[in-house]
Design a protein around this ligand. Structure first.
Ligand SMILES: *[C@@H]1O[C@H](CO)[C@@H](O)[C@H](O)[C@H]1NC(C)=O
Ligand SMILES: *[C@@H]1O[C@H](CO)[C@@H](O)[C@H](O)[C@H]1NC(C)=O
Ligand SMILES: *[C@@H]1O[C@H](CO)[C@@H](O)[C@H](O)[C@H]1NC(C)=O
Length: 304
């Protein structure tokens, strides 16, 4: 009896709920996990595919392709970016591709990668999207791409090589599509003149680089949002202007005359430039590499 009363005293002390088994659900629900997908279709560059499918999947879900930075992994971008958390509330699917190379930067330098159906990483990533649309009955009008650094370079490359696949892209601190091209055709090559901001040309010339990645394509193209920091010492700040010029060249906008420039938007020190309904640039004064991801703003740009 004495023992039992001690037990009840202890139960009172620690709270009854902890001692009552079963009926009540645990406070922390286990949520869906990141999963690797093999056999998603042709994978010419051996890129790995990881996917996050939330427990509460929307009917005809949207798909976001979220692409990691150099030295990164799918797992790191899954845990370090807000997209899986947002997927839990909004019901979209996130595809996290993983680069197959030892430094785990993306191949944004070879002709294969810089060509529609060209058998590079871009081709493998596009096939991940086709697989996901098919398997989960995804909404083909709501496929988006985003990434940071090397993943931002790949975002521009995906938008250029697969314009029919994506409704919008958001690049955090990248370079124009084709800026990292390797003159010797190298795969996954570093391009110093681009990284240091020396690769500069006109809007028309940059735009042509995009058009040449999918010759003959005349359909819709994704709307783009370009973030870059003025204090970026990895992919120097002129890459902001060059990327803006590139998409201005594609869409026929005047890169010297944005429709609007909003200071201290979306936060102090950032300026938001709108060039037309398909292009927004956000230049972050004093920010280095990379501009932090703005998940809620991304949802607005994607219309999710
Ligand atoms: C690219 O490949 C896809 C999938 O195999 C195919 O459906 C499409 O027609 C190809 N594009 C062109 C322009 O050949
Ligand atoms: C680096 O890229 C530029 C275009 O941005 C290109 O003209 C140049 O040939 C590339 N450099 C190398 C070493 O491949
Ligand atoms: C970008 O272009 C604008 C207008 O031509 C110029 O004022 C600005 O200094 C440029 N920024 C960079 C980082 O090159």
């Amino acid at each position: 009896m004495k023992f039992l009363s001690q037990v009840s005293a202890a139960l009172a002390l620690f709270g009854a709920a902890s001692a009552i088994p079963a009926e009540e659900p645990p406070l922390l629900q286990a949520r869906a996990a990141l999963q690797q997908v093999t056999g998603f279709g042709a994978n010419p560059s051996n890129t790995k595919m990881y996917i996050y499918v939330p427990d509460k999947l929307a009917e005809s879900p949207a798909i976001i392709v979220a692409i990691h930075y150099c030295t990164g992994t799918a797992q790191q971008y899954y845990s370090g970016s807000p997209y899986a958390r947002l997927a839990d509330t909004k019901g979209f699917i996130v595809i996290y591709p993983e680069s197959p190379y030892s430094g785990t930067c993306w191949d944004v330098s070879s002709k294969a990668a810089l060509t529609h159906n060209g058998t590079g990483d871009s081709n493998s990533i596009a096939n991940m999207v086709y697989y996901t649309l098919d398997k989960y009955g995804g909404d083909p009008t709501k496929v988006f791409v985003t990434g940071s650094s090397s993943g931002a370079m790949m975002t521009n490359v995906m938008a250029a090589t697969y314009p029919e696949l994506f409704a919008a892209g958001i690049a955090y601190s990248g370079v124009p599509a084709g800026c990292f091209v390797s003159s010797s055709g190298g795969t996954d090559a570093w391009n110093n003149s681009c990284a240091t901001g020396q690769s500069r040309t006109t809007a028309a010339a940059w735009g042509q680089v995009v058009l040449d990645m999918y010759p003959g394509y005349e359909g819709e193209r994704p709307k783009m949002q370009i973030y870059h920091g003025s204090a970026d010492t990895t992919l120097a700040a002129p890459n902001y202007n060059e990327t803006i010029k590139q998409w201005c060249g594609v869409f026929g906008y005047d890169d010297t005359a944005p429709e609007s420039a909003a200071a201290n938007t979306p936060q102090s020190g950032y300026t938001t430039y709108t060039y037309g309904d398909h292009l927004v640039g956000i230049y972050a004064n004093g920010v280095g590499h990379t501009v932090p991801i703005r998940g809620d703003d991304d949802m607005k740009f994607f219309g999710l």
